[in-house]
Write a protein that binds this ligand. Structure first.
Ligand code: C2E
Ligand code: MG
Ligand code: MG
Ligand code: MG
Length: 278
């Protein structure tokens, strides 16, 4: 029972609703101070190049640990950060931190990796988004070709002319653009050929368990064929088992990401696990 009515017809909130409302309010309150209190960090999840069999990139994923709330997942706080516009300063911090870390790895002499950063719709639509990306690249001295911005189909589909313009400006900066969670959003493929996009990230719901799921296998093969004709690279998300990986190895899919390859991990753990092997 979510919202219930008593016999007089008045609505009242059940204890569970009260609790989740309270948590939401606490999250919002704590979120306002989290950045200045240094409560965020980035984790990095490796991406495997299925042809060279090498780790060729990472996705940066935000983590939040708060004294009062403990660990709060992005699923719990990103949408709230968007509603409150706090995603703007937080998003800038994420982008800078990701570029800094990637530059640091390169300066340590490690093989260059591409770093993928999730960009929220609010952040993308901010009037000075291009300037802040450009400024962060200058500041951190990261070569733009090692930065990939993940946007969602929701952004891509907006038929504002400024969306296309913005994507072209990003392309001119030299950064890569990927469509995250591909296949879960809109069924219009028109934007794929109109927009300067480089990569499709197939949503994990199509990939996890793919070797036992004929329908998902058909969908993924279709996406791979589409991508090939449009000269787009493909990352498969949600590779959880050897069977998932083996399936993808027999296709044209170029990159894979998922728990079987590696969980999101701290920068230190990532260095130890993946980069010391080289
Ligand atoms: P996403 O961008 O699609 O990121 C992938 C999510 O799938 C991550 O969850 C990751 O931990 C999880 N994942 C990776 N491999 C597997 C797997 O094999 N199986 C399963 N079941 N899951 C896997 P996470 O970190 O909880 O993030 C959830 C979502 O929150 C992200 O989805 C993204 O939309 C958003 N998010 C996370 N970090 C950021 C960020 O820094 N900025 C923004 N704007 N959004 C973020
Ligand atoms: Mg992502
Ligand atoms: Mg995402
Ligand atoms: Mg995704």
């Amino acid at each position: 029972a979510v919202k219930e009515k008593n016999k007089n017809g008045f609505e009242f909130y059940t204890p569970e609703i009260n609790k989740s409302l309270h948590r939401k309010m606490t999250i919002e309150k704590q979120l306002r101070m989290a950045l200045e209190n240094n409560e965020f960090k980035l984790n990095f999840q490796p991406q495997l190049n299925l042809r060279s069999k090498e780790i060729s990139g990472v996705e940066a994923l935000i983590r939040w640990n708060n004294n009062e709330l403990g660990n709060v997942t992005p699923g719990e706080f990103i949408s709230l950060a968007e509603e409150t516009n706090l995603i703007l300063p937080i998003g800038k911090w994420i982008l800078r931190e990701a570029c800094l870390q990637n530059k640091k790895w390169q300066e340590q002499g490690l093989p260059p990796l591409k770093i993928a950063v999730n960009i929220s719709m609010k952040q993308f639509n901010e009037h000075n988004f291009i300037e802040s990306v450009s400024q962060i690249l200058n500041e951190t001295k990261l070569d733009p070709k090692y930065l990939e911005l993940e946007i969602t189909e929701g952004i891509a589909i907006m038929d504002h002319t400024f969306t296309i313009e913005k994507l072209h400006e990003l392309k001119n900066l030299g950064v890569k653009i990927s469509i995250d969670d591909f296949g879960t959003g809109y069924s219009s493929f028109g934007y794929l050929q109109k927009y300067p996009i480089n990569i499709l990230k197939i949503d994990k719901s199509f990939i996890t368990g793919i070797s036992n799921n004929k329908e998902n296998a058909a969908i993924v093969k279709c996406i791979l064929s589409l991508a090939q004709h449009l000269f787009l690279d493909v990352v498969a998300e949600g590779v959880e088992t050897k069977a998932d990986l083996d399936f993808l190895l027999q296709t044209t899919c170029k990159y894979a990401q998922g728990y079987y390859i590696g969980h999101p991990m701290s920068a230190d753990t990532f260095e130890r696990k993946f980069l010391s092997m080289k």
